[in-house]
Design a protein around this ligand. Structure first.
Ligand SMILES: C[S@@+](CC[C@H](N)C(=O)[O-])C[C@H]1O[C@@H](n2cnc3c(N)ncnc32)[C@H](O)[C@@H]1O
Length: 232
C-alpha cells in the first residue's frame, strides 16, 4: 500500500501533467465517456458490493443522488429486486443506460440537478449516493445534507459512498487547483464541471452531523470508496 507521501507526490505530478487540460462540463464529461464508463468503474467492484450490503434490509423506497447508469443499483436490486428507486442525475445519457438495464424494476428517473430537485419531506427510507458528491464545495453540500435529512423518514439512512481526501493537504490542494482553473477559464459560478474536490472524513462527517445525522458506521476502503452510514 502507498504511503500518504507517495500518494500526494503522484497526485501533484498528475496535477502538473494535466495543468493545461480545460475543465469539462459535468454532463458532457460523462456523455463522452459513456461507452466505457462501466468498465472504467469496475475497479470499484468491491466498494459497490459493500455499499449495497450497507443498505438496511428494511428499506423499501430509496432516492439515489447521481445514480448514473446505476452500478450501485445493480447490486442493491440483486439483493432485493422489489426496492422502489428514484434516481436523479443531470446526464440524460447515463439515465438512458440505467433504464435500458433496469426498465423492469420499480424505477423512476429524474434528469435534474439534485441541488434543485425537491426531495420531499419524510419520504424515503434511505437516500444513497455513490461517487458523485465529491465534485462540490462544502457550503453547497451542507445545504444538500440538510435537504437529505428533512426528506428521510424518522430512523431513515443516508448512505454515502465517495472519494474521501486522505488528509487536509489533499483536500486543500485539489480545492485550490479547482478554484484556480475555474477562475482562469472564466467559468460562471452556476456551471458544474468535472473535477474532484473530496473532503477529509472529518470534514465530510462534520457536514452530516451539522445537518442532524448520527454517524452509525464508517467503512474505509484503502483502494476504493469510503462508505458512511448516517442515521436520521
Ligand atoms: C462518477 S458518476 C457515479 C454514477 C453512479 N452513482 C455510479 O457509481 O456508477 C457521477 C454521477 O453524478 C452525476 N452528477 C454530478 N453532479 C450532479 C448534480 N448536481 N445533479 C445530478 N447528478 C449529478 C453525474 O452526471 C454522474 O452520472
Amino acid at each position: 500500500m502507498k504511503s500518504t507521501e507517495e500518494y500526494l507526490q503522484e497526485l501533484k505530478k498528475w496535477l502538473a501533467d494535466t495543468a493545461d487540460s480545460p475543465l469539462e462540463e459535468m454532463a458532457d464529461f460523462f456523455t463522452k465517456r459513456l461507452y466505457d464508463y462501466e468498465e472504467h468503474m469496475s475497479i470499484w467492484e468491491n466498494s459497490y458490493q459493500i455499499f449495497a450490503e450497507s443498505l438496511p434490509a428494511n428499506c423499501r423506497k430509496i432516492l439515489d443522488l447521481g445514480c448514473g447508469t446505476g452500478l450501485e443499483l445493480d447490486r442493491i436490486w440483486r439483493r432485493d429486486p422489489g426496492i422502489e428507486v428514484t434516481g436523479v442525475d443531470l446526464c440524460q445519457n447515463m439515465l438512458h443506460k440505467l433504464q435500458e438495464k433496469h426498465g423492469d424494476k420499480n424505477l423512476v428517473t429524474i434528469c435534474q440537478d439534485y441541488f434543485q430537485y425537491d426531495f420531499g419531506h419524510e419520504a424515503w427510507d434511505a437516500v444513497v449516493s455513490f461517487e458523485s458528491l465529491h465534485h462540490f464545495l462544502p457550503e453547497k453540500k451542507q445545504k444538500l445534507y440538510q435537504k437529505v435529512y428533512n426528506s428521510l423518514k424518522d430512523g431513515g439512512v443516508f448512505l454515502l459512498g465517495d472519494y474521501i481526501a486522505c488528509c487536509d493537504e489533499e483536500e486543500a490542494l485539489l480545492r485550490g487547483v479547482y478554484l484556480e482553473k475555474r477562475q482562469e477559464q472564466g467559468i460562471a459560478a452556476e456551471r458544474y464541471v468535472h473535477f474532484d474536490i473530496p473532503l477529509t472524513l472529518d470534514h465530510e462527517t462534520e457536514l452530516m452531523k451539522n445537518a442532524g445525522f448520527a454517524i452509525e458506521k464508517v467503512l474505509e476502503e484503502p483502494d476504493g470508496a469510503t462508505i458512511i452510514v448516517a442515521k436520521r
